[in-house]
Design a protein around this ligand. Structure first.
Ligand SMILES: Nc1ncnc2c1ncn2[C@@H]1O[C@H](COP(=O)(O)OP(=O)(O)OP(=O)(O)O)[C@@H](O)[C@H]1O
Ligand SMILES: [Mg+2]
Length: 397
């Protein structure tokens, strides 16, 4: 409905003079007054188009006003249309009217005061217009959400196939440059070997970047499986694995026990892994390194954190940090492709949560993430078990 559209108002009375009286009062260029001379006619009109309000004479032969109102309420398509009874308000009618004393129902006593009728109708018309406006906005929002969803899917599919298709030619570059370097053997001088080495290193780096891109795009595609996740236990296991995979380090790890969250266990594991790997990596050169995992606040929005006392970073660049391939440290000192935090952010977004960071150069860093206590996709999503973990295992530091 457009704002300048006329609003339909249904006048129901078996007597022409009753209809005329209502028409005279409601004469307004914004109203389209529609007549009905019986309850049946009224229902037929209501089923044919949308009305802002029905003015219903109670005393009519055949189907009276109350029976008509009941028939309206019984019909799902039209049950929400507001009704104003026009009544002589006999004792009996007063009793019946009580039964209607709910929702968008009102009554006027005959002979009605024109001003009261006008203002009552005006209220329902305003309500009708507001509802129509909200409905249009909701439809528009839904349309935009669908469009966005489709665009996202397209983008994901695109990045997936691009990363996928880039791998084969890259393998050729890497393989054939190796073969060529071996075949040429001592015909190549040191510089020649160095060039081949560089070609191979660059293609391997690109292959890593593609793997990370694929992980990112898979992250958005996989289905969520909701469960209670023991984050403390997860953190313990990740740290134990880090200790196993690396030379012994003097590092204190403090993990708050008993921290749980509602979410997808596999995704949260990936996020926590990336945060703890970072904490491990960026405290690598620190004496008395400490890494902490804990919770700052509880439901409805529990906030967890991973804190370290490593090299930290300059807060000027904090907004870039969670973007893919954004790095603030030299890859020779701290290797990596810069995709870990982008993964963390995606995981949190899929949970309806968020993540952020605080740090200062040489003063360590704290990464926060929140996972709302409710399942944002609705309970149904819990039943949708994911069939496989699509993500690649954690990358080496
Ligand atoms: N705990 C931390 N302390 C200091 N800087 C950090 C920390 N965690 C992340 N950063 C900064 O944010 C950048 C992005 O982190 P991210 O985890 O996305 O990438 P990465 O660790 O460099 O590589 P990848 O995770 O892909 O192996 C890092 O390169 C580093 O500059
Ligand atoms: Mg990382």
């Amino acid at each position: 409905m457009k704002t300048d559209d006329k609003v339909n108002i249904l006048l129901v009375d078996d007597r022409p003079e009753g209809l005329l009286a209502m028409e005279a009062v409601l004469d307004d260029p914004g109203y389209n007054l529609v007549r009905a001379q019986s309850g049946y006619e009224a229902i037929a009109q209501l089923l044919g188009r949308e009305f802002a309000v029905v003015l219903l004479d109670v005393q009519m032969p055949g189907m009276d006003g109350f029976q008509t109102a009941m028939a309206i309420r019984d019909n799902e398509k039209i049950r929400d249309v507001p009704v104003i009874f026009i009544t002589a308000i006999s004792k009996e009618e007063r009793y019946v009217l009580k039964g209607y004393d709910v929702g968008a129902v009102d009554y006027l006593v005959k002979p009605f005061d024109p001003h009261t009728l006008k203002s009552k109708v005006a209220v329902f018309v305003r309500l009708f217009k507001k509802n129509a406006q909200i409905k249009t906005q909701a439809e528009e929002l839904q349309r935009l959400a669908q469009e966005l969803h489709a665009m996202n899917q397209e983008l994901e599919a695109f990045s997936y196939s691009v990363s996928h298709d880039l791998r084969a030619p890259l393998r050729s570059i890497d393989g054939f440059s190796q073969v060529l370097a071996e075949d040429l053997g001592d015909k190549l001088d040191a510089q020649g070997h160095d060039y081949f080495q560089r070609i191979r290193a660059a293609s391997q780096k690109m292959s890593e970047l593609i793997d990370d891109l694929l992980s990112l795009s898979r992250l958005s595609r996989r289905k969520m499986r909701w469960e209670e996740v023991d984050l403390s236990r997860m953190a313990e296991d990740i740290v134990a694995e880090l200790r196993r995979a690396h030379p012994p380090r003097d590092m204190k790890v403090l993990i708050e026990p008993g921290l749980t969250a509602q979410g997808d266990g596999n995704l949260l594991q990936i996020a926590l892994q990336n945060l703890l790997h970072n904490a491990w990596k960026f405290t690598g050169q620190k004496e008395g390194a400490t890494v902490e995992f804990g919770r700052m606040s509880e439901a409805p929005e529990p906030v967890y954190f991973v804190r370290d006392n490593g090299v930290g970073f300059d807060m000027t660049f904090v907004s870039k940090l969670f973007g893919a391939f954004q790095r603030l440290h030299d890859a020779r000192e701290f290797p990596g492709t810069g995709v870990g935090l982008a993964i963390v952010q995606r995981v949190m977004r899929r949970h309806g949560g968020r993540c952020w960071a605080e740090s200062a150069l040489d003063q360590g860093a704290t990464f926060f993430f929140s996972v709302p206590a409710v399942d944002p996709d609705g309970a149904g999503a819990r039943e949708e078990a994911s069939r496989s973990v699509l993500l690649a295992p954690a990358r080496p530091l």
